[in-house]
Each structure stands twice: as structure tokens, then as C-alpha cells.
Design a binder for this molecule. Structure first.
Ligand code: FNR
Length: 419
């Protein structure tokens, strides 16, 4: 934070606001209505988003003094790797709404900080490209892959194989979005980002996904021609217009439309169950982390099926309206897990003090979603980096000022519950 103060003295000020409320206000001003609706929006009446903040506010930090906090460490171990801080970038799909090449910028930012970036399965850049950019900044920079379990098993295997080859540290399987939640902000505008095909390059860069699209394109063309339907005429017109190379080549003309439809049809599997997760061990060598766990019994079962970690999350309040705040869920889950597997948390974490509370309540690390997207919208890679760097700087201060020298020393003793 010394650098931030120094910038202030020179009259430049920080690149992005150093508090969440102003960050959000400023980001809203630069984002399109559609981007704001999708990124800032939550499910239903927004009550889960409110619960996330209320749950954090129910805990107060009770600082201790005179403990020599002159040297401090935020270092955290996750899956065999020592991280500079217990903080990760949450996976965020359709980032192109906020900025061009969003994933590349965020990868760059995460690599500069040396903290993991969890690549979204709905990322708008292929994971290999983002990994290469991260390696350029910091060779071997940590990255994870987030999987939405497709209805097509070969696609699941293809994505897992890619994640292994680009040297992901872990795969996070998101469990809370087997169907998209009720999101009034998007519904009222009548537009979901993916309907126009933004943000699906993670899929369109996949060999198995392209195979499925090619099969569907062939079927669509075959079905359209005999009837000479309006669709077929339109397709033929676009063929004539766009492809001087001849009719066969033009079999790919409907591809973008079919690709989007294919993506919407197959990206997630509502029938997903514990047997699938148990079988995942056979399909990947990567550490497996289940994202979206909120019930202690599910945490117990996660341990029983042999996964390596969980992310206590309600998807930033975007799925079930009226769901439990993620910190309230963490309080119930941490004692059940009792250190047997890694426990991460996200949803509503805005500040270093929030991360501190999460650690005190039993989390090994916290993930940051919307805040880094706001930084991205305001100032690209530098903005995304600064938002997370600010959170880490405040965590370091909170650690010291509350009388701790290491994040691993922070326990529930540091907090008092206020009813
Ligand atoms: C998300 N999230 C998400 N999660 C996931 O597993 N895969 C994804 O593709 C996405 N996409 C996504 C898009 C947008 C615009 C947002 C805001 C969120 C959820 C995300 O990983 C994380 O759980 C929440 O964002 C955490 O809450 P906060 O930090 O945004 O309050």
C-alpha cells in the first residue's frame, strides 16, 4: 500500500478506486447496459447477494496488540504449490462483455501477481492462449481450469485433456449451474450474452466440440435443402455472398449459428450426480475441486468420494435466490471438513478484511469474482491486477494490525460474532 500512497502524494492517485463501492460505481459508468446486467446482476430479488454481505458483517475482527508484527507472511500452500497470498481469480465467463480479450488481460494480471487464475469453461479465449500469455509474464504461472460438465462425455474428456496439457494445477467442477438461474436483469433486457455467441471460444477451439458442430451443420444443411425453406434460401444467399470458393466449402456457412445452438444445448448436464464425480478420479490426474458446495452433508460426501477440495460458493448470488450466504455456509462446513481437504470460498468477498474473516472461519483461500471484472472494465489488465493487489495489500495490513504474522495463524479466536 506504500506504492498507492506514494502515487497519491504525486497527485496521480490510484488507477482504480481502492474501495468496492466506488469501484462498482465507476465500472458501471463505463460498461454497456447489457454488460452491467450480466456481470453485476444476481438471481431473483438479489437476496443471496445481500446475504453474502450480511454474513460477513455478522463477524467482527477483535485486534490484538503488542505482538511484533514487523514481518508477515501471506504465503499459502494449495495442491503442492506455494502461493504468494490466499487469493485466486474466480472463473468468469463471457468476459468479452466487459472488455475485448478479457481472459488474456486477466491471465496477464494474475501472472503478474503470481496468484492462480481459474479459467472459465465459458471463457472467451482458448485456455492454451491464456496459459501462453501467463507463461510469457511468469513462466509456470499458476492456473486452474473450471469445468461445466457437458452432456457430451467426450467433450468433458477433451476439455480435461486440454487442461492437463496446459498444466493446470487443479480442475474446479462447478456444480451449482446445471441450469442457468433466474436472472431478471438479463431476462428483462431479453438478452443473454451467449445468445450472440460471445465468450464461447473455449468451446469453439475444442476438437470434440467442433466435431459435434460439424455433424449438426451437415444435418442442418441436409434438412434445409429438400424443403427449400426460407432458412435454406437465406443460407444459400449467404453462401453465394460470402464464399467465392464454391458450394461444398459453403457447408460451413451456418456454422456460427449452429455452434451457438450446440453450446446452449450441451454445456451443462442437469442429471449430474455423485456417481459422475466419483468416476472423475479415473478420468483426470488433476486435483479435483468441487465449486458450489453449501451444505455440510455435501462437504462430507465430497470427502467420501475422494475429491481434493471444495469451493464454498453460491456463484456470487447468481443461481438460487434466497440461498445461504457463503460465509454462513463456511461456518457450518469448516468444522465438518476439519482440514481433511482444502476449503476455498467465494461470493461477496470485496476486501482484504473479508478475506481475513474467511480465513479465520476456516477457509484456506478466497476467490474474487466481480471486483476483478470491474477493474478490467476500468483499466484493462492493469485494472484487474490492481483490484486484486489492493485486496492483498489490505489483507496484509489487517493481518498485522490484528496481531498476526502469518495467514496460517489466523483462527476463529480473531473474530467475535455479533448477533
Ligand atoms: C461467474 N461465475 C462463474 N462461475 C463458474 O464456475 N463458471 C463461470 O463461467 C462463471 N461465470 C461467471 C460470470 C460472471 C459475469 C460472474 C459475475 C460470475 C461465478 C464466479 O466464479 C464466482 O463464483 C462469483 O463471481 C463470486 O462472487 P463475487 O466475487 O462476484 O461476489
Amino acid at each position: 500500500q506504500n506504492e498507492i500512497y506514494t502515487e497519491g502524494i504525486h497527485g496521480r492517485g490510484p488507477r482504480v478506486p481502492t474501495d468496492h463501492a466506488e469501484l462498482e460505481r465507476r465500472a458501471r459508468r463505463v460498461m454497456s447496459k447489457r454488460a452491467w446486467a450480466y456481470i453485476a446482476g444476481g438471481a431473483g430479488e438479489g437476496s443471496t447477494m445481500a446475504s453474502n454481505r450480511a454474513a460477513l458483517d455478522r463477524w467482527a475482527i477483535v485486534p490484538r496488540v503488542l505482538r511484533d508484527v514487523s514481518s508477515r507472511s501471506l504465503e499459502t500452500e494449495l495442491f503442492g504449490r506455494t502461493l504468494p497470498a490466499p487469493v485466486l481469480f474466480s472463473p468468469v465467463g463471457a468476459g468479452a462483455l466487459a472488455a475485448r480479450d478479457a481472459d488474456m488481460h486477466i491471465g496477464h494480471a494474475a501472472a503478474e501477481l503470481g496468484v492462480p487464475y481459474i479459467f472459465s469453461n465459458q471463457g472467451c479465449a482458448p485456455m492454451e492462449q491464456v496459459a501462453a500469455e501467463m507463461d510469457r509474464v511468469r513462466p509456470g504461472a499458476p492456473r486452474w481450469f473450471q469445468l461445466y460438465w457437458s452432456t457430451d462425455d467426450d467433450l468433458v474428456d477433451s476439455l480435461l485433456g486440454r487442461a492437463e496439457r496446459m498444466r493446470a494445477d487443479a480442475v474446479a467442477v462447478t456444480l451449482d449451474t446445471t441450469m442457468l438461474g433466474w436472472r431478471p436483469q438479463d431476462l428483462n433486457i431479453g438478452s443473454l450474452p451467449f445468445a450472440r455467441g460471445e465468450g464461447i471460444d473455449q468451446y469453439t477451439s475444442d476438437r470434440r466440440f467442433r466435431e459435434i458442430v460439424a455433424e449438426r451443420v451437415k444435418a442442418a444443411v441436409a434438412a434445409e435443402r429438400p424443403e427449400i425453406s426460407l432458412g435454406a434460401i437465406k443460407t444459400l444467399v449467404s453462401i453465394a455472398r460470402n464464399s467465392p470458393g464454391g458450394l461444398l466449402k459453403n457447408l460451413t456457412a451456418p456454422e456460427p449459428r449452429v455452434a451457438v445452438q450446440t453450446f446452449l444445448d450441451i454445456y451443462s448436464r442437469p442429471s449430474l450426480n455423485w456417481d459422475d464425480i466419483a468416476g472423475l478420479r479415473e478420468r483426470t490426474s488433476l486435483p479435483i475441486v468441487l465449486k458450489g458446495v453449501l451444505h455440510p452433508d455435501d462437504a462430507r460426501q465430497a470427502i467420501d468420494v475422494g475429491v481434493d477440495g471444495i469451493i464454498v460458493s453460491n456463484h456470487g448470488g447468481r443461481q438460487v435466490d434466497g440461498a445461504i450466504g457463503s460465509i454462513d455456509a463456511l461456518v457450518a462446513i469448516a468444522p465438518v471438513v476439519d482440514g481433511r481437504i482444502k476449503v476455498l470460498v467465494d461470493s461477496g468477498i470485496h476486501t482484504g478484511a473479508d478475506v481475513f474473516k474467511a480465513l479465520a472461519l476456516g477457509a484456506d483461500a478466497a476467490c474474487i469474482g466481480r471486483p476483478h471484472m470491474y477493474g478490467l472494465a476500468l483499466a484493462g489488465a492493469d485494472g484487474a491486477r490492481d483490484v486484486v493487489a489492493n485486496i492483498i495489500a489490505e489483507l496484509d495490513l489487517t493481518l498485522g494490525l490484528s496481531g498476526h504474522t502469518s495467514v496460517t495463524d489466523v483462527t476463529r479466536e480473531a473474530l467475535q460474532q455479533i448477533s
